[in-house]
Design a protein around this ligand. Structure first.
Ligand code: PFF
Length: 478
């Protein structure tokens, strides 16, 4: 029997110690590289304010209803995505949506740990004064060199992937309460403090107003289908939706907790932090444009370069000299590293939970085995930034292996997974049972009708329109 004071639910699995722990863990999953690196980069490349507007529409119309749907599936199914779907709809192929989720988890981890490894490397560099440009060197050249030195050097890349994977694995192996919950309760407050510190610095820079204008005032002429496809993919990725993270985390939640407000808090936190990350990055970029006369296009165009080349360049020019560069540089990269770690933990937890629930493996063995596999899978992506030519841009796949995997998950696997989950809840399982599950913790679920409408019609149709558009675009050679 499960009671509200024991640490296992009726399956003998782990349980969160409190609702706050669940919300922090789910927000920790959502807030990641996708917010601090991905969102400002995507906004910069897709015309600023127009992108932000479409993104927020995607969050409200699709993200929030799907987030609640995943939490409901998890808590009702009391298992990982594969096990939960099997439990709720036995003898049907619906569990395949869960299989896609677990597979997507592997793919994301294989490239996510690479960027996460870079953040650890840059944190060490920043804290040790490595972002201070040596006398007589051009800062653009210096930081371009630093980035190339890291990405072209298989030793560094693999070392930092190993460090990051080790940290992730150790936490997941320790269990839901003793590993994930305990570490999240320390990391999330640190993340908020770092964020506030960095925003405080950025908004008081010269040129900040220009940055805000570019970032926050929509230019409707810039909005295209490409913006919408990108914004939806970014929304799923950023909210950790479409692959069952929220199913897995929801499966460790007690029946008396309120699901709709939990989903609301997680979505609001994730969106706020993405928008705040832009408030850090854009003023800083425009500060550079204002004070150094660097053409704006050069500053906003590059993908990975935005955070790892251009941003450090700007950090090295901050008023306050060496101390400011070290303090804000270390704070920025520590923020990224923590955000990445709390997300990677959730990705790994999905696969681990599947191995523990459905394959009956011991958690520790499952996690360490997985850690080893992920480390090996990450190596090709790590080497696809120039260290190995055929894996890199212009090689066998045209784009780098990293970009290929990123695009596939972002623009295909996650939207397809989310579509599957929305159709499952809206049409295949039972909206009545979904509502009953919610009502266990929220007897007065006032937005019930609205949520039914969103998950049944709005979310699937929006995802389908965007997916079809994208496929047509790809076939048309876009
Ligand atoms: N939400 C994370 C981010 O914004 O970086 C990335 C992520 C984690 C995506 C977990 C998907 C996922 F299942």
């Amino acid at each position: 029997m499960s009671t509200s004071s024991d640490n296992n639910n009726s399956n003998g699995r782990g349980l969160w110690g409190s609702r706050l722990a669940f919300i922090l863990a789910a927000a920790g999953s959502a807030v990641g590289l996708g917010n601090i690196w991905g969102f400002p980069t995507a906004a910069a490349e897709n015309g600023g304010g127009g992108f932000v507007l479409i993104y927020i529409l995607c969050i409200v119309l699709v993200g929030l209803p799907v987030m609640l749907a995943e939490m409901v599936i998890g808590r009702a199914g009391e298992k990982n995505p594969v096990g939960a779907l099997k439990h709720l709809k036995p003898g049907t192929p619906w569990f395949l949506v869960g299989v896609l989720g677990v597979f997507t988890g592997f793919v994301i981890l294989s490239f996510y740990t690479v960027i996460a490894g870079w953040t650890v490397y840059y944190f060490i560099q920043a804290a040790g004064g490595g972002l201070i440009v040596p006398e007589g060197q051009e800062s653009a050249e210096y930081f371009g060199g630093l980035f190339r030195e890291m990405t072209a050097n298989p030793g560094y890349e693999i070392l930092f992937v190993a460090v990051f994977t080790l940290a992730t694995t150790a936490i997941v192996a320790a269990g839901v309460q003793k590993g994930i919950e305990r570490s999240i309760k320390v990391m999330m407050p640190v993340l908020f403090i770092l964020l506030v510190l960095l925003i405080g610095r950025a908004v008081t820079l010269e040129g900040a107003g220009e940055g805000f204008r570019f970032y926050l005032v929509p230019d409707f002429g810039e909005i295209t289908w490409r913006t919408a496809v990108f914004a939806l993919g970014q929304a799923f990725f950023s909210l950790s939706l479409g692959m069952g993270v929220m199913i897995t985390y929801g499966s460790y939640l007690r029946k008396e907790e309120c699901l709709p407000s939990s989903a609301g808090y997680v979505v609001a936190t994730d969106t706020l932090i993405a928008v705040f990350a832009g408030l850090i990055v854009f003023p800083v970029i425009f500060f550079m444009a204002a004070t150094q006369a660097v053409p704006l296009d050069d500053l906003v165009a590059e993908g990975a370069g935005l955070v790892f080349v251009i941003f450090p360049q700007i950090l090295s020019e901050l008023p306050g000299g060496t101390a400011a560069t070290i303090l804000f540089g270390a704070a920025f990269f520590l923020l990224l590293a923590i955000a990445a770690l709390t997300s990677a933990i959730s990705l790994m937890e999905v696969v681990t939970a599947h191995l523990v629930d459905d394959w009956k493996l011991d958690r520790r063995k499952a996690a360490w085995g997985l850690g080893g596999i992920i480390f090996v899978l990450a190596i090709p992506s790590a080497l696809s930034f120039g260290a190995v030519e055929w894996l890199s841009e212009g090689g066998r796949f045209g784009i780098s292996l990293f970009d290929l995997l990123y695009t596939l998950t972002f623009q295909l696997f996650l939207p397809v997974g989310a579509l599957g989950l929305a159709i499952f809840v809206g049409w295949a399982w039972s909206l009545k049972k979904a509502s009953e599950e919610i009502q266990k913790g929220t007897p007065n679920f006032r937005l019930e009708k609205l949520w039914h409408f969103m998950i049944r019609y709005v979310a699937p149709v929006a995802i389908l329109i965007i997916l079809i558009n994208q496929i047509v675009g790809i076939l048309g050679g876009d």
